[in-house]
Design a protein around this ligand. Structure first.
Ligand SMILES: *[C@@H]1O[C@H](CO)[C@@H](O)[C@H](O)[C@H]1NC(C)=O
Length: 174
């Protein structure tokens, strides 16, 4: 997977900058191959349907809701204990945990299974305007406060809680 990411970065980093009203140079039909860190945007996909199994399929699993026993027992536990990656490694999800209704003992269990625990917020306020207008002190209370709550009640070292998800995907000030 690391190789694929590197490759994508290399392709994305090709510095072709056009000035206003100027057409980009045509992509050369020859001399532009993946092995040369080059790919024309109109090139057909190099992933053929026939050999789809040769390519890694990345699936990102995240959740941003309270962790309750029914959800944990009926959905998450079967998922992470009955399935695994093709190489035998466990499935790792990121749980963005809000405070209300969360059972912190379950969060502790998930953490000990190797799952990533991250911050949602304390209030999970469902008004987009609340997050859009939030000032620094509100954001600090919501995010840092939730981190401290997770650390204390789910017994997770604070430095292991790294991620945070903006509620309603709303950034402050925008
Ligand atoms: C931040 O916003 C909250 C909620 O609107 C308000 O009560 C508080 O006074 C504000 N803090 C600062 C430092 O502006």
């Amino acid at each position: 997977m690391f190789k694929v990411l590197l490759l994508l970065c290399a392709i994305a980093a090709g510095p072709v900058i056009c000035k206003k009203d100027e057409n980009a140079a045509e992509c050369p039909s020859k001399g532009c191959t993946i092995s040369e860190n080059c790919r024309c945007s109109d090139a057909p996909s190099f992933i053929g349907k026939a050999n789809l199994d040769d390519y890694p399929q990345l699936i990102s699993i995240v959740t941003d809701d309270a962790m309750k026993r029914e959800i944990h027992n009926d959905i998450w536990l079967p998922l992470i204990s009955n399935y695994q990656n093709p190489d035998g490694n466990p499935i790792i999800c990121t749980f963005f945990v809000p405070h209300e209704y969360t059972d912190y003992s379950l969060i502790n269990t998930l953490y000990n299974y190797g799952q990533e625990i991250a911050v949602h917020s304390i209030t999970k306020n469902n008004l987009q305007s609340y997050w859009r207008n939030a000032n620094e002190s509100t954001l600090t209370q919501e995010f840092l406060g939730m981190k401290k709550i997770l650390a204390k009640f789910a017994n997770i070292p604070e430095d292991q809680i790294i991620g945070a998800r903006t509620p309603q995907f709303q950034l402050a000030g925008m």
